[in-house]
Design a binder for this molecule. Structure first.
Ligand SMILES: Nc1ncnc2c1ncn2[C@@H]1O[C@H](COP(=O)(O)OP(=O)(O)O)[C@@H](O)[C@H]1O
Ligand SMILES: [Mg+2]
Length: 273
């Protein structure tokens, strides 16, 4: 049995669906120039459909963060095109990067202020966002008074705050997540997998989730896109069709993860990393 499809032909890609939330066409990214240039991404094409949850999987150093930074428009590709339509884009990293001197509410309100939300509305919206990540009651704490998992919940609420824009509710939201749960213990990570899945559904988000954890990718993704070792290229896509919510320790997740891991190993050894 094979789960694989050729890049760009799987049921999760934009072919057969209308439109895309994110489209990368032949994206390459080199750092530096001349003989010392380092090619991080090589001709990556990828469509993410509106509302889709796509996990990008690859060995460390293969260009995953580089790719997310390009989608977030924090950096420019050396070649190729990136299109996020009119979507709002939010980014979340492995480190929560909260302001330590601000309370939980203060961190969220600052993000809302940057979005131009009027002062009298910020408190209410911050309260709603914190409730949606199950942090009601912790509003007055400072980051150092929270566990790692709670800090990532605040970071998630803040990422969502940056997408608040009532003026045009039809604009979709693309949430880019760069190994957001990589520093957490397994139990906390499990809980946050449930949470992000719920929030993705409730808010109708499009998620591009980067990880080097195969099981995490299969637990969460509608589709797992496997990148080669540097320079990153899409080598294979694996649609994940079994029912949600999935347990990370379920036999189905384990079986597909094993197949993907074999493919990933092949890739890594081919590149001699
Ligand atoms: N700003 C930069 N300047 C030079 N090299 C970079 C820069 N950012 C990333 N790289 C290199 O590009 C490659 C891909 O990095 P990165 O996207 O961070 O990988 P990943 O997130 O998959 O671990 C690595 O070899 C890294 O050293
Ligand atoms: Mg990275």
């Amino acid at each position: 049995m094979t789960h694989a499809t050729k890049p760009g032909t799987g049921p999760g890609t934009a072919s057969g669906r209308t439109g895309h939330a994110v489209r990368l066409g032949g994206v390459s990214k080199a750092f530096g120039s001349g003989p010392t240039a380092l090619l991080a991404l090589d001709n990556v094409s990828l469509d993410v459909a509106p509302g889709e949850f796509v996990c990008l999987l690859g060995a460390s150093g293969c260009g995953k963060s580089t790719l997310l930074n390009l989608v977030a428009d924090l950096d420019k590709p050396s070649a190729g095109t990136i299109d996020v339509g009119g979507a709002r884009v939010a980014l979340m990293f492995q480190e929560p990067a909260l302001f330590p001197w601000l309370t939980v509410t203060g961190n969220i309100e600052l993000a809302l202020r940057m979005r131009g939300v009027p002062r009298q509305e910020r408190r209410r919206r911050a309260g709603e966002l914190l409730a949606s990540v199950h942090l009601s009651g912790f509003e007055k704490r400072r980051p150092h008074q929270l566990s790692g998992g709670m800090r990532q919940r605040v970071a998630l609420a803040r990422a969502l705050a940056l997408t608040v824009d009532d003026a045009d509710a039809s604009r979709g939201t693309v949430l880019l997540m760069d190994e957001p749960f990589g520093a957490l213990d397994a139990m906390t990570r499990d809980l946050l997998h449930d949470e992000i899945e719920r929030i993705w559904r409730e808010r109708n988000l499009t998620v591009l989730f980067v990880t080097h954890n195969v099981r995490e990718a299969v637990r969460l993704g509608d589709r797992v896109v496997l990148l080669s070792s540097r320079p990153g290229q899409v080598v294979e896509e694996f649609p994940v069709t079994f029912q949600r919510p999935r347990r990370i320790d379920s036999p189905q997740v384990a079986t597909l993860s094993a197949a993907i891991t074999d493919r990933l190993r092949e890739e890594v050894s081919r590149h001699g990393n």
